[in-house]
Design a binder for this molecule. Sequence first.
Ligand code: EPU
Length: 418
Amino acid sequence: MKKMIIQGGNKLNGSIKINGAKNSAVSLLPAAILSDEYTIIKNIPEITDIEVLKDIITLLNGKITKEKNQLIIDSSQIINTTIPKNLSNKLRASYYFMGVLLAKFKHVEIYFPGGCNFGARQIDYHLKGFEALGAKITVENEKLIIHADNLQGSEIQLPFPSVGATINLILAATKADGTTIIKNAAKEPEIINLVEFLTNMGAKITGEGTDCIKIIGVKKLKSATIKIIPDRIEAGTYIIAGALMGDKLKIKNINAEHIKSLLDTLRKMNIDYNLEDDNITISQAKNISPIQLKTSVYPGFPTDLAQPITVLLAKANGISTIQETIYQKRMGHVEYLKKMGADIEIKDNIEIIKGPIDFQGTEVLASDLRAGATLFLAALTSEQKTVISNVEFILRGYEKIVKKLSSVGANISIEEIK
Ligand code: EPU
C-alpha cells in the first residue's frame, strides 16, 4: 500500500511531456497477439495496467521484449489457456482477450474484468455481439466460457456507443468469415489507433471514427508496427493543473483535436492558454467563470475529465454544474473534495459546485483512478499538506507522476504505508 504526500502551493513552471494513451495501449497489447508473427508497439506508457496485460500475454506464451519505450511482441507461438481471475479482475481491459482469443482460437475461458467501480459496468453488449457472430456463452463459477464452432460476420447494432464493446467486436470480427458491420459504434480516437494497428497487420476495416464500422474477416495477420497516440486524459489533467497553479506550464506532445472539448470548455470559463502545434502553455487562471457541463461520448466532454475539472470549477466565481451521463456512479471524488473544503452537492447524477473556495490539505483516499487525479489537483493548490491513500489507483493511469510534477516545481512524493 502506498500514499502520496503533497505540500501544495508551489507554482508549476517548466514542461511536462504526455505519454502514450492508456486507453489505446490497453487494447493494442491484447490486439498484438492476433498477429501470426510479431508486432512493435511504440510509445508505451509506464503504468501498472500495462504490467498486468504483459503478464497475460506471457501466460499465453507471447514473448515480450522491451526496448526503451517500445514493446516487441512475438505472438507466433500463442497458446490458448484460461486467463485466471487474479489477472482478469485487475483491470477492465482484460476483457479484450475475449475478442482476440475468440478470433484466434474460437474459444475463450476468462473471468469477469475488474476496473474502477462506477456502479454496474456490464459487458452485455460485448457478449451479445459475440453471440451475433455465432459464439455460445456459458458461465461456470464466475468463469466465462465463450465458444464458437464457426465465427460468422454479422450486423450488430450497439444499444449505446460503448468504447469497450466496439473494440472487442472489432477484435473478434477481424478473423471471422465474411463481413461484420457495427452500427452505433464508438468514435473515440483510441478506436482509430487500434484500427490503424490492425490494418497494418492486414485486417480489412473501414469506417473507424464514424458510427458505422465495417470489418471483412481475413485468415492471417502479419507483422506490424504502431505508435500509441498521446493520452488525452493525462494531457487534460495536466492542463487543468496549469490552469490551477501554472506559471507558463508547458504540456508537450498533445493532440489538440483530441482535447478540443476541454479547450473549448476552458475558453467558456474565461481561461486563457497558448496552443502551438503539439504543445500548450497555460498559467494560473484568475476570474474563472462558472459553467454548466455535461459529459458525453467523443467528441463531447469526456467523463474521464469530469472529475478532474471539478477542482477548477471549485475555483470559479459562482455556481457550476457537471452532469455525468456515461456512468451511473462516478462521484467518488466528491466526499474527499468536500473534506478538503469544497462546497459540492450531488443531485441525481449532477454535481453542483459552489465557488470560489480554497482547498485545505488533509487525509483523503483515491476511490478510483480519476478521483485520485482530482485529489492530487486539489492538493497542488492547497497551502497545507495532503496525504492521499489508495495511490495504486493513480499509478494505473499516470506515468512517473512524482517525477513529472516534481520537475515543474511541485512538492510531491509517494511512500509505502508501513
Ligand atoms: N455499458 C453497458 N454494457 C456494456 C458496455 C458498456 O451497459 O456491455 C455501459 C457502461 O456501464 C457505461 C457505458 O456503457 O455506463 C459506457 O461504457 P464504455 O463501454 O464506453 O466504457 P469502457 O469501455 O468500459 C472506456 C475507458 C474508460 C472511459 C470509457 C468512456 C478503457 C479501458 N476504459 O471504458 O476509461 O471512461 O471508455 O470513455 O478504455 C479511465 O480511463 O479512467 C476510464 C474509466
